[in-house]
Design a protein around this ligand. Structure first.
Ligand code: SF4
Ligand code: SF4
Length: 588
């Protein structure tokens, strides 16, 4: 006796009729089963003898339902088009779940090879959507979707934990830079930019939030992070649930409107970029609310517009770039990250194939949340591992948090011995900060801002060595330091200064640069290289116009401070006090 369709199957059939857009129907009817797409798929490459890995087999699962219910061929030749083999039981649905979630990452690579323009990933997403509609999905997908529905982010991060993390990163940044304005602004109305992130950054990698904040600070951006509506990811893309997709996107759009920002900047997340920038507006059923761009584009613009300066020598290692499928194949976003990567690093080596033809990291389509399919996924990752190995790269750069996880997993599995970074890591490392933004203990490219010290004799108990060949300047410096309570010794030449430093072990050396004989630069380098005095902080006090060029390229640690002549006496005391205190704090 023929089996009857279960209620779930009937619900799926009903739901399918709501999904039949022109794009979907075109792909449902277009396939001629020529097999030209087979070798595009990383699953086929890993399991060459298994016909169930071919893109057409995966797409046929939803195609059968379509033919049986919506196409005349299903009525006339059901045996020919598979309409007589539609799923009937709940066990059949479990099999469909394993096919659509466990053997396809929705990477869309097969579509590039299809002469009929069939979009298998879209059909696979339709099948996922039908299954989730009746509650059939991997447990990981269920948990993540629930968190995103109920808590507004896919990793179940509580609001207080998110805000605590921002505060923590903000404090660290402020501490690193010594600027009380270098903070992470939260919920700032009227800011130009609203920065949205992947919850993975809060939970596992908050360093990327600090790095982005550093870049915004260096660029002088008017930006903010929202209290809610901050998750740029969207599990609706992976689960096929357009309702979830629309709800997630709408949270971001509504927040942008509430804060009155001009632009949403989306941190480096491939599916987040695709969902927020492209698909979300359709799922949410509204027009584009504000301008939206990837943070990669933002950082690239900053460099090109001269808003930030970068030094590529800070990233000298061999690097390769992995294109996220959602950024590149589905978003057309592949030249911008390369342009930025070339600006901030020294040795970039393409992997092949690349850009739109790049292979998936195999962590796409939400695969990282479905641990039951991990062995198969890692087996399918061999082609990606071979791609990376061939570049000889020590660092794989990618603009996607999902890909970071997928790549780290396969790098470990295939023992590739490289690490994964994102562009924000490299940009932050390559940043050359303007003088007024330098960290206090790197105050080498200019004067640091210090407050006047209000106590009397702030340098009491300190010993300061003044090295300057000009007698009137020496007298001035000695007088100012002595009036502030310091014990002062002095030298009129570099050699004498070095000898006195060795003998007296001062707390600070005030050093002139333009001196006859051994000049200040040579003296400085010798001070830094001489055992016993190399750690004594040095404040360069000079009128030398080319000060930066002559001293900062030396192969020794830069001076702790710099003051241009003529010197203000309050500033001199405050400066000396700051440098000595800062050194002691660090030592403790
Ligand atoms: S979308 Fe990607 S994983 Fe899915 S069948 Fe096509 S090539 Fe394979
Ligand atoms: S999806 Fe396209 S390339 Fe693949 S079998 Fe069908 S018609 Fe051929």
């Amino acid at each position: 006796m023929a089996k009857a369709k279960t209620h779930k199957i009937k619900m799926m059939e009903e739901q399918l009729s709501k999904k039949l857009s022109r794009q979907v129907v075109g792909s449902l009817v277009g396939c001629v089963h020529c097999g030209m797409c087979d070798q595009s798929c990383h699953y086929v490459l890993a399991f060459p003898d298994d016909h169930k890995m071919t893109p057409s087999y995966k797409a046929d699962q939803v195609r059968k339902l379509f033919k049986a219910n919506h196409d005349w061929t299903g009525s006339v030749f059901p045996w020919w088009v598979g309409a007589d083999k539609v799923p009937l039981t709940d066990d059949d649905l479990e099999t469909l779940k394993d096919i659509s979630f466990g053997t396809c990452t929705n990477c869309r690579r097969c579509t590039l090879s299809c002469p009929m323009g069939v979009d298998t990933a879209t059909l696979n997403r339709v099948m996922r959507g039908l299954l989730t509609h009746v509650g059939v999905m991997p447990e990981g997908v269920r948990v993540v979707s629930k968190d995103q529905w109920e808590l507004g982010n896919q990793m179940g991060v509580l609001k207080e934990d998110y805000l605590d993390t921002l505060e923590w990163m903000s404090e660290e940044l402020e501490e690193d830079l010594g600027h009380d304005k270098a903070t992470i602004p939260v919920e700032k109305k009227g800011a130009k930019v609203m920065y949205c992130i992947n919850p993975r950054e809060v939970k596992y990698d908050p360093r990327t939030i600090k790095e982005a904040a550093l870049v915004f600070w260096a660029a002088g951006e008017d930006w903010t992070m929202p209290e809610d509506g901050w998750d740029n990811t969207n599990f609706g893309l992976f689960s096929g649930d357009d309702g979830l997709g629309g709800a997630c996107a709408k949270r971001e759009y509504d927040k942008a409107r509430e804060l009155g920002v001009e632009k949403i900047v989306i941190s480096e997340c491939g599916h987040g970029f695709r969902s927020t920038r492209f698909e979300g507006v359709n799922w949410a059923g509204e027009g584009t609310p504000v301008e939206m761009e990837s943070s990669v584009q933002t950082m690239l613009n900053y460099v090109k517009e001269g808003r930030i300066k970068v030094d590529p020598t800070k990233n000298p290692e061999r690097m390769t770039f992995h294109d996220s499928c959602n950024n590149a194949r589905s978003g057309g976003f592949f030249e911008e990250p390369r342009e930025l990567l070339r600006l901030v690093s020294m040795d970039f080596q393409e992997m092949y194939p690349n850009r739109a033809e790049n292979y998936c990291c195999t962590g796409g389509g939400g695969a990282m949340s479905m641990s039951e399919y991990t062995p198969k996924r890692l087996q399918s990752a061999k082609v990606k591992a071979d791609q990376i190995r061939a570049t000889g790269a020590k660092i794989v750069v990618t603009s996607c948090h999902n890909c970071v996880d997928g790549l780290q997993d396969l790098i470990k599995h295939y023992d590739l011995g490289c690490e994964v970074k994102q562009l924000v890591d490299l940009v932050a490392k390559a940043l050359v900060l303007d003088d007024d933004k330098k960290p206090a203990d790197e105050a080498t490219l200019g004067e640091i801002a210090v407050e006047k010290v209000e106590v009397s004799e702030p340098l009491a108990g300190r010993k300061i060595l003044v090295v300057d060949d000009e007698e009137d300047v020496r007298t001035f410096l000695i007088t100012v330091f002595e009036d502030a309570g310091a014990e002062v010794i002095s030298a009129s030449s570099g050699d004498e200064g070095i000898a006195m430093a060795l003998e007296h072990q001062p707390d600070l050396i005030s050093l002139d640069l333009s001196m006859p004989g051994k000049d200040g630069v040579e003296t400085f380098v010798e001070l830094r290289k001489t055992e016993g005095i190399s750690e004594i902080p040095v404040c360069v006090v000079t009128g030398h116009p080319e000060f930066r060029q002559v001293i900062y390229d030396r192969p020794v640690a830069p001076p702790e401070g710099y003051l241009g002549k003529p010197v203000d006496d309050d500033k001199l005391v405050a400066y000396a006090h700051h440098i000595i205190e800062h050194r002691e704090e660090k030592a403790n």
